[in-house]
Design a protein around this ligand. Structure first.
Ligand code: PGD
Length: 787
């Protein structure tokens, strides 16, 4: 690329153009993005960062002893090897586990012992999307794999809504309606702009801020219900309520009781569009359990004055009200309940059929939610057929590895965990995203072999046996597009691959060739031929609509291409027009305020307040007094590019910062900048204190994403010195219904760290890489037996 050569590219957190100037990559946000994300500034450091992986690596224990369960996984050093050797070794091991052309015929499938769920956000780009690549590869060589369903972002919410509202993807929220028609927007969990900044697959326009400003200019009022002030933009007309974390359901029940007691419930709406309200009403009034869910009852739980709860119910009933719930609320124990209860509250208000009123889920939690759907198909890489009929709820990975054959429940069914011999991961960072990381570490000792593709030495690579260095998205060309984003981006290559990194596609192709499965995996196409092939349906649809439809080469050399959006009314509008003709995709076809399936799962059959184990009103506060909010970071996406400029600017000496309230800090003698230890029964982490009025007493906030670096410190036990909160969070599912990630809220203790301070571990020092010992024995792939 020459100095003036400007190229386009896309990331989950924004579209941009780039050029090289004075030896660095200069990034310019897309001109049509009204509110670009500062996370873009993390990209330039990535290309040449010392944390980039330069050669394939093999864990020494695996190299010397062959595959098998091994407690040294995570402790061992790694040996650099040449590509051919690493590929030969990996292929030999895959073949030993059953991979090969035989798997393409009917019969037993070796993939039943392969975990390929491989959760993670990976990078933008429709072809190099590594989740699609890995699934296609495992289908081609193993006949399938044990997969995963739902996401860490939204499992409890998605599962409950699918049962009581229909697939949430069919009922997207609409920023436009909020800008134009909503009079009162109540946001449980706020509308955090830092979460809106990213969307899987890329986002070319960040519209939340301008939409909220437009709504405010029209007179719309906002209520943000969250312990964190910055969960909602700084706008006039924002009422901020900070109930105890995890008590939103009680607050909503108090509002519902007031609507009931003051005759404001719209029974016509309930009769026409919902099922089972009578069960909920019996619970609300106390007829069922002797406890009326009055505002006073709610106030005790939420630690808000009852008058504020009544006032909020009155405001909701007197204005065109839209109730939205953030994903964060359901990433907690019984996370299904706040989502279901908010939907029920909106139904009780009965305003749902009016434009701008009603209920939505995840409005700012994902950047593109709220934008209209596209009217043309997007490029897709087919994944092939998975003949293994076995998936886990995604957040049950540690249980899967630790408990083969054991039963668990999901959506009202009892299932059993598979026996996993191979874990193959690409595009995710489980030692960032999972809860109770010490338990996950134990789980990762169990398989015979763990293979990971990564661009950088994340914590997860330390728990692998074979690491293949992958290119960054900036080092390859692709097509950037996402189902609700109006621009399709030619992702032009910004730099050649660093060191010996290869594209995931190239790595899988080499392995497939060694396993005699190259043709089914590649179908004879190079990357560019795949892109050309995948582009065709979009181009054809554009042409059919009489819109500009550049050919593939023109597109790849051009600017982002604007795509048409659909204007047909959404399913909810049609349902409200005629619920019999356009039923919802639920068992009854209506909004279910009572669900037989939920009732059969062990949860109450209607939305209810269920006391979680770890909340500020519970017994455990006698031991751990602080509620940790482990939310999404503002300086990066999850753990990605943690070494980038924006992310590093928010750390102290390379360590993550935790915010706490001034009263708590004063009581414990903690000054801004002191290092504190946060701990509980599961582990400990060190973080730099930031004292802030933006959160209430007894709440501490430490975002996810610092690279996990556990050390066994004297007097502290297993302690992450970089500030990853997931050593503290609980690995219990949201409930036996959804088994969703419940990592958002945890009880912890805090104290100033006065012992000698260990340094944070730099990103480039996560792995111990050593040279091969002289005359090292040729590596074997004979299993070393159970350890
Ligand atoms: P990322 O940091 O995005 O986190 O978990 P996720 O695993 O998605 O990891 C993506 C990894 O893929 C990075 O390490 C990156 O380097 C790598 N990668 C990117 N592109 C490529 C590529 O092209 N090829 C290859 N081979 N690798 C690539 C996120 C998850 O964390 C999510 S979505 C949520 S919402 C959860 N949130 C919480 C939470 O709120 N609270 C807690 N306590 N825990 C959470 N964990 C979850």
């Amino acid at each position: 690329m020459t100095t003036d050569d400007i190229r386009y590219h896309s990331s989950h957190w924004g579209t941009f153009s780039a050029r090289h100037r004075n030896g660095t990559l200069e990034i310019t946000p897309f001109a049509k993005d009204p509110d670009p994300s500062p996370v873009l500034d993390n990209i330039p450091a990535a290309l040449n960062h010392p944390a980039r992986l330069s050669k394939p690596l093999i864990r020494r224990g695996w190299l010397e002893n062959g595959p098998g369960p091994d407690r040294r996984r995570g402790e061992d050093d790694f040996v650099e090897v040449e590509w051919d050797e690493a590929l030969d070794l990996a292929a030999k091991e895959l073949r030993r586990l059953g991979a090969g052309p035989d798997q393409r015929r009917d019969g037993p499938v070796a993939g039943a012992h392969v975990f390929g769920g491989s959760y993670g956000w990976a990078s933008a780009g429709r072809f190099h999307h590594v989740q699609s690549q890995i699934h296609r590869f495992l289908n081609a060589v193993f006949g399938g794999y044990v997969g995963s369903v739902d996401s860490y972002s939204s499992a409890a919410g998605a599962v409950i809504l699918e049962l009581v509202w229909g697939n949430p993807l069919n009922h997207p929220p609409s920023w436009r309606e909020i800008a134009e028609d909503t009079e009162l927007l109540i946001a449980f969990g706020g509308l955090a702009l830092r979460n809106h900044s990213s969307s899987p697959g890329g986002t070319s326009q960040h519209v939340a801020r301008s939409t909220l400003e437009a709504a405010a200019a029209r007179g719309c009022q906002f209520v943000s219900v969250s312990p964190l002030r910055d969960d909602f933009a700084d706008l006039p007309e924002v009422t901020r309520l900070a109930p105890r974390p995890a008590t939103d359901v009680a607050l909503m029940l108090g509002m519902a009781w007031h609507l009931h007691a003051s005759g404001r419930v719209d029974h016509d709406y309930l009769a026409r569009y919902t099922r089972g309200y009578e069960h909920f009403e019996a619970y609300l009034t106390g007829k069922a359990d002797g406890i009326a869910k009055t505002p006073e009852w709610a106030a005790e739980i939420c630690d808000l004055p009852a008058g504020q709860i009544v006032d909020l119910a009155e405001r909701a009933a007197s204005k065109r009200t839209h109730i939205t719930v953030a994903y964060s609320l359901q990433r907690s124990r019984y996370g299904e309940e706040p989502i279901w209860m908010a939907l029920t509250l909106a139904a009780m208000l009965g305003q749902y059929p009016s434009r701008g009123a009603g209920f939505s889920y995840g409005l700012a939690s994902i950047g593109n939610l709220g934008k209209p759907p596209l009217d043309v198909p997007l490029p897709v890489l087919p994944q092939g057929r998975n003949r293994v009929d076995d998936v886990i709820p995604v957040a049950r990975i540690a249980e899967l590895l630790l408990n083969p054959g054991e039963p668990y429940t999901y959506k009202g069914e009892t299932r059993h965990y598979a026996d996993i011999r191979l874990v193959y991961w690409a595009g995710g960072n489980p030692f960032h995203h999972h809860q109770d990381l010490e338990k996950l570490r134990e789980g990762f000792t169990r398989p015979d072999t763990v293979i990971i593709h990564e661009s950088v030495s994340t914590a997860s690579t330390r728990y692998a046996d074979i690491i293949f260095p992958a290119t960054l998205s900036a080092e390859r060309e692709d097509i950037g597009a996402s189902s609700r984003d109006p621009f399709m981006v030619p992702m032009q290559q910004l730099a050649p691959p660093r060191h010996e990194a290869r594209d995931d596609y190239a790595i899988f192709t080499e392995l497939a060739a060694r396993l005699d499965c190259k043709e089914p995996f590649t179908e004879g196409r190079t990357s560019r031929e795949w892109l050309r092939h995948m582009y065709k349906p979009t181009r054809r649809a554009l042409g059919q609509r009489g819109l500009p439809a550049p050919d593939f080469d023109e597109f790849m050399l051009g600017e982002p291409l604007e795509l048409p959006v659909a204007s047909a009314p959404g399913h909810m509008t049609r349902f409200h027009e005629d619920p019999d003709a356009n039923p919802l995709d639920t068992p009854s076809g209506k909004l279910e305020i009572w669900s037989d399936i939920v009732a059969s799962s062990g949860l109450p059959g209607h939305p209810a307040w269920i006391e979680p184990e770890e909340w500020l009103g519970g017994e455990l506060t006698r031991i751990h007094r602080f509620q940790l909010v482990a939310n999404q970071p503002r300086g990066r996406l999850h753990s990605q590019l943690d070494f980038g400029a924006t992310s590093m600017s928010l750390k102290q000496d390379g360590r993550e910062c935790a915010r706490l309230n001034p009263q708590d800090a004063a009581r414990m003698g903690i000054q801004d900048g002191d290092v504190i230890r946060l701990w509980n029964q599961r582990g400990a982490t060190l973080a730099a204190a930031r004292i802030s009025d933006d959160l209430p007493p007894c709440v501490v906030q430490l975002s996810t994403g610092a690279w996990y670096a556990p050390r066994d410190l004297q007097g502290s036990g297993m302690t992450c010195v970089n500030g990853n909160p997931n050593i503290l969070t609980s690995d219990i599912g949201a409930s036996g219904l959804s088994q969703g990630c419940a990592g958002q809220l945890t009880l912890v203790s805090i104290a100033r760290w006065d012992a000698p301070l260990p340094d944070a571990v730099p990103h480039e020092a996560m792995l111990q890489i050593s040279r091969r010992r002289p005359r090292e024995a040729a590596p074997g792939v004979t299993p070393s037996g159970d350890a």
